[in-house]
Design a binder for this molecule. Structure first.
Ligand code: OFO
Length: 162
């Protein structure tokens, strides 16, 4: 049986993951409007992954005999100035999520909840990958700027994400 403190924190994380999906979907829509189909595709995939993350927490709470309690999802920002702006904000958002995951690990450790600590390990590793992936795009955008052939090539590269 899962402790109430852990259950509440994991429910809060479901909300964080669903908000992440909302945020990335809003960015995907703007990329699409900017005719950057590759960036848009990459962001849609990112949004789908966030839904999967939310479902991992959802199933874990259920498996442990806890209660899933869904909260309202806040609306994401609707517009950004540029492609780089969106990518730097998604990096900042991933850093925030990493902090949330680390706080959960600390809570589970304090509560001696070994099953939750073990489940969270997957997220600790995932966040290393997530931050690295977004950082790479941010750095490439710094190199090539917002226009021209470089942006076209990067858009094509991002469009190939599985
Ligand atoms: Fe983008 O990260 Fe979820 O957890």
């Amino acid at each position: 049986m899962i402790k109430k403190t852990i259950q509440d924190a994991l429910n809060q994380q479901i909300n964080e993951e669903l908000f992440s999906a909302y945020l990335y979907l809003a960015m995907a829509a703007q990329f699409s409007e900017m005719n950057l189909g590759g960036f848009s595709h990459w962001m849609e995939k990112q949004a789908q992954e966030e839904l999967e993350h939310a479902m991992k927490f959802y199933h874990f709470i259920n498996e442990r005999g806890g209660r899933v309690e869904l909260q309202a999802i806040k609306g994401p920002q609707k517009e950004w100035d540029s492609a780089s702006r969106m990518m730097t904000e998604s990096l900042a958002h991933e850093e925030h999520i990493t902090e949330c995951i680390h706080n959960l690990v600390e809570l589970a450790t304090r509560e001696k909840d070994y099953a939750t600590m073990n489940m969270l390990q997957w997220f600790v590793n995932e966040q290393v990958e997530e931050e690295a992936g977004v950082t790479e795009i941010v750095e490439k955008l710094k190199l090539i700027g917002e226009r021209g052939q470089g942006l076209f090539m990067l858009d094509r590269e991002l469009g190939a994400r599985d």
